[in-house]
Design a protein around this ligand. Structure first.
Ligand code: 6PG
Length: 251
């Protein structure tokens, strides 16, 4: 799982110059296609530049049709040069209908014949603390192999809940305030259950972060998040030297 896809000859990454974050909000009635097209463009750019595309998938329901559309329009992508991680996972088995991995397997991995070595699954079926530590160790190993201080995604996909959560960073939960760990087991009282989630130190290292939010979301919360109201975790997503795109579906 952690050997990753075929890697180009080892190249040390230069310290990325600090860029100001570019933020774009795209409102579209063609949400599924436009979101898939956006991801495909990001993939082609990363593959052209680094012969690899490191993407973190978001879970829930919104991305499912986007992933299938991505496979349909991206048939020619060298999927073995794409490395998939997950921004969060429920603490369930990979065959559970709640599993984000299962959703991605059904809507993307099987359809695109993504090789297992290109997928880093969060093991929701084991002890949450162990699973989080194992995942973070895996990302740290890949980062070290590439001469990075911290694993840098080319693209992290995120969703947003009606309470303004993103990944499994729910308002008032411990992982929202984490400043050093990159992957955490996070107890979510509203579900009385554990989740595995990226934290902001990892999320905000990405080259590009894209929220995929369809039209059925709470508009008032979305407006507050877009205005930067940090009571909502989604408003605290701010790539340190990367870009942020919101793709909002409109009915
Ligand atoms: C999860 C997701 C979560 C999701 C939002 C939106 O594991 O549920 O990572 O952050 O993106 O809850 O979910 P929907 O797309 O189902 O509305």
């Amino acid at each position: 799982m952690w050997e990753g896809p075929e890697r180009p000859d080892h190249r040390r990454t230069e310290a990325a110059p600090t860029f100001f974050m570019k933020r774009e909000v795209v409102r579209t009635r063609n949400f599924v296609h436009d979101a898939a097209e956006f991801i495909l463009q990001q993939a082609r750019a990363a593959l052209a530049e680094r012969d690899q595309f490191r993407i973190a998938l978001s879970g829930g329901n919104t991305p499912r049709p986007v992933y299938s559309e991505l496979v349909r329009i991206g048939r020619d992508l060298p999927w073995d040069h794409v490395f998939f991680t997950f921004g969060d996972e429920r603490c369930v088995s990979p065959d559970d209908e709640q599993s984000n991995f299962r959703m991605a397997r059904e809507s993307l991995f099987v359809l695109a014949a993504v090789p297992e070595k290109s997928i880093a699954r969060m093991r929701g079926e084991i002890d949450p603390q162990l699973a989080a530590q194992e995942y973070q160790d895996g990302l740290d190993l890949l980062a070290a192999q590439r001469g990075e201080l911290i694993y840098r995604h080319d693209l992290i996909l995120l969703g947003m809940g009606d309470d303004g959560h993103t990944a499994s960073l729910f308002p008032g939960t411990a992982a929202v305030e984490e400043k050093s760990r990159k992957v955490m087991a996070n107890f979510v009282p509203k579900f009385d259950s554990w989740r595995l989630t990226f934290t902001f130190p990892l999320v905000n290292q990405a080259r590009h972060i894209c929220f995929l939010v369809n039209a059925n979301k709470n508009v008032a919360v979305l407006d507050k998040v877009l205005a930067g109201d940090e009571q909502f975790p989604a408003a605290r997503v701010a790539p340190a030297n990367g870009d942020l795109t919101w793709i909002l579906g409109e009915s």
